[in-house]
Each structure stands twice: as C-alpha cells, then as structure tokens.
Design a protein around this ligand. Sequence first.
Ligand SMILES: [Zn+2]
Length: 303
Amino acid sequence: MPLPSNLQVIERGWLSANQVYLWSDNFLDVIDSGFCTHQSQTIELLNLKMQVLTDRTPRFLINTHLHSDHCGGNAALINDFNFKLLVPSAEFDAVQDWNEPLLGFSELGQPCPVFSAFGTYQPNTVITLGNLDWEIHQAPGHEDQAQLLFNPEYKILISGDALWEKGFGALFPNNEGVPNIDGAFATLELIAEIEPNIVIPGHGSIFNDVSQALIFAHDRLAYLRKNPDRNLIHVVNVLLKFKLLEWQQCSQEIALDWFKNTPMLQKIAELLNQPIHDLFQQSLNALVKSNAIKIRMQTLFNA
Ligand SMILES: [Zn+2]
C-alpha cells in the first residue's frame, strides 16, 4: 500500500533521525528534528517543503523520544518556524526545567541545544497530525518514555528507535546497571498486536516486512538477554561511532578524553570491571574491524 499523499518521510541517516512531514489544507506538522549539527540542513529541507505547501501554517512538532538525534533540531525549528513542540507527557517537566540528569544528553556525551515544549501528548490517546489520526502507544526499552504513533486507517507505524528493519536502538543500562529488556520485548509484542503494514523507522528506509523485522529484533533481544556484557559493549560501540559521526574525525587523544568523561561510558567500564582506557581501546578495535571507523596517524576518521 502506498503512503498517503499528505505524508512525506525525509530519510536522514544515522546522525540525524528520519523526519515525517504531515499536512492538511491548513497546517503542517513535523515528527522529529534531527541532530543539532545538521540543523541548517533541517531548516533548509523544511523551507523547500514550505515553498510547495503554500498557505500551510507550521503547527505541531512532535518528538518520538528525547534523544539528541531526534530532538537536536527542536530549538532551531521552534525559533525559525514557530512550531508548537509536543513531547511525551512524562518528559514535560524535565524539558521545561532542562533537567540534564533526567534528560540524559550529557550522560551519553552528546550535545543538544536547550528547547522548551508547548505541551504534551499522552499514551493511549489519539492525536491528529496533518489530516491523519494517530494512536499513541508507550514503547519502553530503548527509551522508556518513547512513544509509537500508529495510524489504523493505513496501518502505518512510526516506530522511532523501538523497531528498525534490522534491530532497534541500543539498550542503555539504567542507574542500577540494568537495561530494560523486558520493556523492549513488551514493545515488540505490542507492535505484533497492532499489525502495521508499513513501518517508518527512526533510521533507515521504510519497510513492509514487519514480521521479518519482529523476528530479527526478537532474536537479537533474546541474544542480548543471555549475553548482558555483549549488550554493554554494543552500547559502548554505538556511542563511540555516533561521536565519530558527529565529529567526522578527531585525534585519538581527544576521543579518549571524551570517552573518559562520558558518564554512561564510566558506568559501563565499572559494570564490566574494566579500566576505561582498555574499554576505549577494545571499542576502537571493534569499530576498525567492522569498518565503522579508520585510524591513521593517531587520528580517528568516521568511515
Ligand atoms: Zn533513540
């Protein structure tokens, strides 16, 4: 089934999450806003759309969840287009107070320009974006306050990082050092129950073979549950690769300095009972081996 004509997916990449534009005769709504270093591109893309969609007023900006690659363009979009930002209801106070420990950007060693919300959207309600109705479902696991948006008419799921074609977003250990694997399983079950025909993921292309994606994700989760250390090492690799996506290149010394000063990485080194320098070296080796980065003359390059 094709996508409805008043919906457009902007496939961005792995540093900036995908965006969705939804419009009616009067309004344009946007889901997610990318990473902050891409904000001029985020604005340019929207300006291009606004040239086609004359007479529409920018209305709601929604975040599937508050990770820096999904909400890093919020401040710019609110400033330039006057969007009214709606965040998952449980995150509203943390956003308004800019409560860093709760929002967790610096815990992951990532920047995110300060923004404030206009209001919230709630799980187990329906919200109209563009000219389509979307059911809101809580999607714990990768981010416990993340929300899925599901349109029953076209059976479209906007999954954020809860389900990709091959996997899902990293499962970060909480303050007790435990990732929410049960939550991630429950989210997969929920997706299986609502039976989407089309998934618009937070990263990667739109896909239709939802049962295959669910099987893949289920197997991966089962593997991570059995191998908790593998999960922690995966989180480390994801964070270091993401930093290289942001910086593109940097000296090994600066990367190590960032690594040592990132609370999530300190926590994981402790959980694995490893000196943080060794963990850094191990992650570098893994990323070089998988061709995710290259090292030349003590300089790291994104690959
Ligand atoms: Zn995420």
